[in-house]
Every structure is written in C-alpha cells, then in structure tokens.
Design a protein around this ligand. Sequence first.
Ligand code: FES
Length: 111
Amino acid sequence: MPIVHFLKRWPDGSLSGDEVEGQSGQSVMQAATAAGVDGIVAECGGVLSCATCHVYVTPQWADRLPAPSDDELAMLPFTAVERRDTSRLSCQIILDESLDGLALELPERQY
Ligand code: FES
C-alpha cells in the first residue's frame, strides 16, 4: 500500500510531518482525511469546488505525477495561499503503487 508523507515547513525551514498509508485507487485527499492529517480540509469532499485540499508536490516528485486535468487547473487559482508551479489539489491525485513514498508539503493554511 502506498505511503504518503504530508510535510509541514517549520520556521527553521525544515520539513517534517505525518506518514500515511493509503490505498491504491484512493485519492491523496481521502488518505489524508481518513488519517486525520491536520492541514487538509477538503470541504467539498473531492468534487473540485473548494481548493482546501491544496498541497505542494516536493521537487523529487514534481515530474512523477500525472498532469492536472483542465478542471483542476481551473480550480487552482482559488487556493488560499500562494499558488506555486508545484501546487496540486490532493483530491485529484489518485494513489497507486508507483506513488509509494510520495512527499507533499502542506500549505500554511487552506482558508
Ligand atoms: S476537496 Fe475540494 S477541491 Fe479537493
């Protein structure tokens, strides 16, 4: 089962956080909310209408995820904090074994 790392950036610049075991076919958002990860709100439940499941993909994973859909790209401008090139909505990243070890940085807030 794929492991996903949800990392918080601390004032000293370091990253650390939760390690969650997901299931193939499940979205990253679903894995996070099932595990109670603090920092993923997912207010809309994954139907692309809230942008409160925002994450930053860490550099080593940035080129290893499928590209965002047009619908996800249309929603990304509505994140609460700075949108970066690596911004994704975690409800749109579907886990499989190829994503085992996926590391994502949590934004400082979702509202
Ligand atoms: S959970 Fe609402 S857009 Fe992802």
